[in-house]
Write a protein that binds this ligand. Structure first.
Ligand SMILES: [Zn+2]
Length: 55
């Protein structure tokens, strides 16, 4: 079962669009988006997360 990475709640809602997929936490005090990394290209994923090289 899914569990929120931030608060540990199991109350979540799946969310997915063309370049983002994960679970949206429904806990009132949290509400964060938990991105689920699939086997997509690591380059774009890193850039999205802001871990890329600083310009
Ligand atoms: Zn949460």
């Amino acid at each position: 079962m899914w569990k929120c990475h931030y608060c540990g709640s199991e109350d979540g809602m799946p969310y997915k669009d063309r370049n983002l997929s994960g679970m949206l936490c429904l806990a009132p005090d949290c509400g964060r988006f938990n991105e689920i990394m699939n086997e997509i290209g690591t380059e774009s994923a890193g850039a999205q997360a802001g871990i890329g090289p600083a310009e």
